[in-house]
Design a protein around this ligand. Structure first.
Ligand code: HPA
Length: 267
């Protein structure tokens, strides 16, 4: 019988005691957040129709249900990226599922390169706006006026205030800036990074923007964070690689996850 159910129906039928309010999507470096989930149940994506197969090293493939502090959460450990297959709305079904099981807000996390000299590797940045340099949209194909989503305050000002308050109280430096979505999977060229600087980008990465658009389309408020793993191409002597991203992400991951857990406990 459970085979005919969609992911949300399955989750509600199998785990009725879990009523998550906050959805979290973990990107590279943020996996340590699952260590803060109390009394978790872990549901493999393979059991959830429409959830992604995890293809990127460093990303799990499980939905964690449980509590962080008193906040009931649903944490996606592992996400789909548009660069995997060119499909930009691959996170639609998972996000709709999280909404359908009761989530009222969504927290997005990623690893990113910094374009700001003062924002060094291992820094944390609260995203206050984005630049969709790809000009691709996960809403293409939708009909009706609802697809014309207002993207002002895409990252909820009230939630951002909570994040800054908690960071201040815990003595963790939290930068704030504009995230630019670069399609990938290749890293940017130094010339592209110079262009992005002029456009007003503070950090660059390959995710988060399509999820932000989908969440805003569903009317869910969004809070989003970048873990800075490197200076963007051409801004330091280093060459970029995914293993470098992951090793830097590991170095700063505990601080990032600890802060995020405290913020979520205050939502
Ligand atoms: N560019 C794009 N994505 C990234 C980077 C970067 O420099 N670092 C981590 N993810």
């Amino acid at each position: 019988m459970t085979n005919e159910m969609n992911a949300a129906q399955k989750l509600k039928a199998l785990y009725p005691q879990h009523k998550p309010r906050i959805a979290v999507v973990l990107g590279s470096g943020w996996g340590g957040l699952t260590g803060h989930v109390v009394d978790p149940v872990r549901v493999p994506y393979a059991e959830l129709p429409g959830f992604p197969e995890a293809t990127v090293q460093g990303h799990g493939g499980e939905l964690w249900l449980g509590r962080i502090g008193q906040t009931e959460v649903a944490v996606m450990s592992g996400r789909k990226h548009a660069y995997e297959d060119g499909v930009v709305d691959g996170m639609r079904l998972p996000l709709e599922t999280l909404r359908d099981i009761g989530c009222e807000a969504i927290v997005l996390t990623n690893a990113a390169g910094s374009l700001r000299p003062a924002m060094e590797p291992c820094s944390l940045m609260l995203i206050n706006d984005y630049i969709n340099a790809t000009q691709r949209s996960p809403l293409v194909g939708e009909m009706g006026s609802e697809r014309f989503v207002d993207m002002k305050d895409a990252y909820d000002p009230a939630l951002r205030r909570v994040a800054h308050e908690v960071a201040r109280e815990s003595g963790t430096r939290l930068h704030e800036g504009v995230y630019l979505w670069s399609f990938g999977p290749q890293f940017e060229t130094p010339a592209e990074i110079r262009m992005f600087e002029r456009m007003g980008a503070d950090a660059v990465g390959m995710s988060t923007v399509p999820e932000t658009i989908l969440a805003r389309r569903m009317g869910l408020p969004v809070l989003a964070f970048s873990l800075i793993t490197n200076m963007a191409a051409g801004l330091s002597g280093e060459s970029l690689s995914h293993s470098h991203t992951l090793s830097q992400a590991r170095a700063a991951g505990d601080t990032a996850s600890g802060l995020l857990a405290r913020i979520i406990a205050n939502l």
